[in-house]
Structure formats: C-alpha cells, structure tokens
Design a protein around this ligand. Structure first.
Ligand code: MG
Ligand code: MG
Length: 248
C-alpha cells in the first residue's frame, strides 16, 4: 500500500535524510586512491551511529554492510571489501540511515582522482537524469511520468537504462510501494499525492544495460563490463512539486 506521510513523519524522514546527506559530505574527502571500501564503510557506519541513527542496509535481507559500494562496472549492491580504490575509478556510495524508525536513502557516484571522458560523461548525464525525473514530481502527475522522462533523457544521450532495478517508496521501511521505474510511459502508474515519499534512482550504463548477478547473490554488474553510474534522492511530494529530503 502506498502511504501518505503525516507532518510528524515527514519531519522524521527529513532528519533521517539529512543524516544520509551529511554522511555523503563526510565521506567525500576520503574518496581517494588507496582507501579500501571497507574503510569507507566503517567510517560511514560510525558517523551514522554518532548521529543517533542506524545504517538501513546492514542486515537488510541479509546484506552484510552499512553501505553498498559499487565500483565501475558494478551497478548496485557492491560489498565493501579490502579492495582499494584506484585512480580513474568511479565509485557509487549508496547510503541509508534510519532515525526513530524512519529511513533516508541516497546514492551518489564519485570519481577517484582523474577519470576518462567517457566516465565523466556518464556521471554528468546520469546525475542530470535524476533531476529530469524529479522535475515530473507534482500532485496529479503519475509515477510513469518520472520513468518516461529519465528514459527519454538517457536515450537522447546514448546511455543505457538498467530496468531490473528501480526506485521505491520510503518510510518506516527503506523499500515501500510504489516501485519507481527508470523507464515507462507518461500518464501511467500510481498518481502522485502530497505527502508521498519516494526515492528516485536512475542507474545508467555507458554501453549496454544488460546485467548479471555476481556469485555473492547481491552485486549487480553490467554484462559488457562497461561502467555504470547511479544517483538517488529521497523526496516528498508537496503542493508545488517536491522537496528533497536527502539534502541539507
Ligand atoms: Mg539507495
Ligand atoms: Mg533506494
């Protein structure tokens, strides 16, 4: 069931979202060649706990870590490990935090040192596609309007849309209805209403969008091993449009 959040719930979702935002800002200076993804994960977990929240993903359906950290051809759900970031990598940190029972969820792709032009292009246009999708959010529009806008933008920029994974509602559960696909037809799907809270999260690929699941049963990788980027904000539908909860 798609729920409409009360003022009180939105206030708590805003605190959770802001902790996620602050965790991203805190981690940014550490995203450098030589750091391991375990180190980033541990820094994030401590920071989230210090802010009176808990990491949403740790233990979620058995996920082992606080963060999902996905490098280059990994699309989502990368496991933190002893792997060191290298100059030229792109790395996505997907961060979830739970404050007093309410979640925030935001993913962002970062560059490590100097990256090539193709990766820069992928990052720039995947981030833009998130905001193109968000522009469709206002009362009366429908979920399909968001995905359609993202899909058209991706196609116009020759990027692939990973269709097996999608955005979602956010509340007392980090993944609630409705699904928010990154593709679709305008004027289809559930109607957006004031007080709905959703995470929009385009995952685009430089080349083909087909994926496979690694042996750990979690990590999703592009079949052709071309790089993938992922940007996500949790937002609330307002009278005039939307407000980002995973921001300042
Ligand atoms: Mg996320
Ligand atoms: Mg999400």
């Amino acid at each position: 069931m798609i729920t409409i959040k009360s003022e009180r719930e939105i206030a708590l979702l805003k605190v959770a979202g802001n902790i996620v935002y602050k965790t991203h800002q805190y981690l940014k200076p550490f995203i450098k060649e030589g750091i391991t993804t375990n180190e980033l994960n541990n820094l994030a977990e401590k920071f989230i706990l210090k802010n009176n929240a808990t990491p949403s993903f740790k233990g979620y359906e058995g996920f082992p870590s606080a963060l999902c950290i996905s490098i280059n051809e990994e699309v989502v759900h990368g496991f933190p490990s002893e792997r060191k970031l290298k100059n030229g990598d792109i790395v996505t940190l997907d961060i979830g935090a739970c404050f007093k029972g309410y979640h925030g969820d935001s993913a962002w792709t970062y560059q490590v040192g100097e990256i090539n032009e193709e990766k820069r292009y992928l990052m720039e246009h995947t981030e833009k596609s998130l905001f193109i999708g968000l522009e469709q959010i206002k009362p009366g529009n429908r979920i399909g309007d968001i995905g359609s806008a993202i899909e058209i933008y991706a196609r116009n920029h020759n990027l692939g849309v990973v269709k097996e994974l999608c955005g979602h509602g956010v509340g007392t559960d980090v993944h609630e209805p409705p699904d928010v696909p990154n593709y679709g037809m305008p004027n289809t799907g559930p109607r957006l209403k004031v007080g709905m809270v959703i995470a929009v999260e385009p995952m685009l690929t430089l080349k083909r969008p087909e994926i496979y699941l690694e042996e750990n049963d979690w990590t999703v990788v592009t079949k052709d091993h071309s790089p993938s980027a992922h940007y996500e904000h949790t937002v609330v539908v307002t009278q005039d449009g939307y407000e980002i909860l995973t921001g300042e």
